[in-house]
Design a binder for this molecule. Structure first.
Ligand SMILES: [Zn+2]
Length: 51
Protein backbone atom coordinates (compact mmCIF):
# COMPACT_ATOMS: atom_id res chain seq x y z
CA UNK A 1 0.00 0.00 0.00
CA UNK A 2 1.27 3.47 -0.78
CA UNK A 3 2.02 5.71 2.10
CA UNK A 4 3.25 9.25 2.23
CA UNK A 5 5.67 10.44 4.88
CA UNK A 6 4.36 13.48 6.71
CA UNK A 7 6.73 14.02 9.60
CA UNK A 8 7.65 12.69 13.00
CA UNK A 9 5.69 12.51 16.20
CA UNK A 10 6.76 15.38 18.43
CA UNK A 11 6.20 13.15 21.45
CA UNK A 12 7.81 9.77 20.67
CA UNK A 13 9.70 10.58 17.46
CA UNK A 14 8.04 7.87 15.34
CA UNK A 15 7.31 8.58 11.70
CA UNK A 16 3.79 9.61 10.79
CA UNK A 17 2.44 8.56 7.42
CA UNK A 18 -0.62 9.15 5.32
CA UNK A 19 -2.23 5.89 4.20
CA UNK A 20 -4.34 6.43 1.13
CA UNK A 21 -5.77 9.69 2.43
CA UNK A 22 -5.94 8.51 6.05
CA UNK A 23 -3.71 10.57 8.31
CA UNK A 24 -1.79 8.41 10.79
CA UNK A 25 -1.54 11.11 13.40
CA UNK A 26 -2.99 14.32 14.72
CA UNK A 27 -1.96 17.83 13.79
CA UNK A 28 -2.04 20.04 16.85
CA UNK A 29 -2.89 23.74 16.96
CA UNK A 30 0.76 24.72 17.34
CA UNK A 31 1.67 22.90 14.11
CA UNK A 32 3.25 19.88 15.80
CA UNK A 33 2.23 16.39 14.80
CA UNK A 34 1.74 13.50 17.14
CA UNK A 35 0.95 9.88 16.35
CA UNK A 36 -2.33 8.30 17.37
CA UNK A 37 -0.81 6.17 20.11
CA UNK A 38 0.57 9.27 21.84
CA UNK A 39 -2.64 11.14 21.18
CA UNK A 40 -4.71 8.40 22.77
CA UNK A 41 -2.28 8.09 25.65
CA UNK A 42 -2.58 11.81 26.32
CA UNK A 43 -6.36 11.63 26.28
CA UNK A 44 -6.86 8.43 28.25
CA UNK A 45 -4.04 9.28 30.64
CA UNK A 46 -5.68 12.59 31.32
CA UNK A 47 -9.02 11.11 32.28
CA UNK A 48 -7.92 7.93 34.01
CA UNK A 49 -5.10 8.31 36.50
CA UNK A 50 -2.91 5.28 36.97
CA UNK A 51 -2.76 3.93 40.47
ZN1 LIG B 1 4.05 9.25 19.18
Amino acid sequence: MEKEYLGICSSCGEGIYCHGGFLGGVLEDDGKMICFSCFEEENTGYHSKKQ
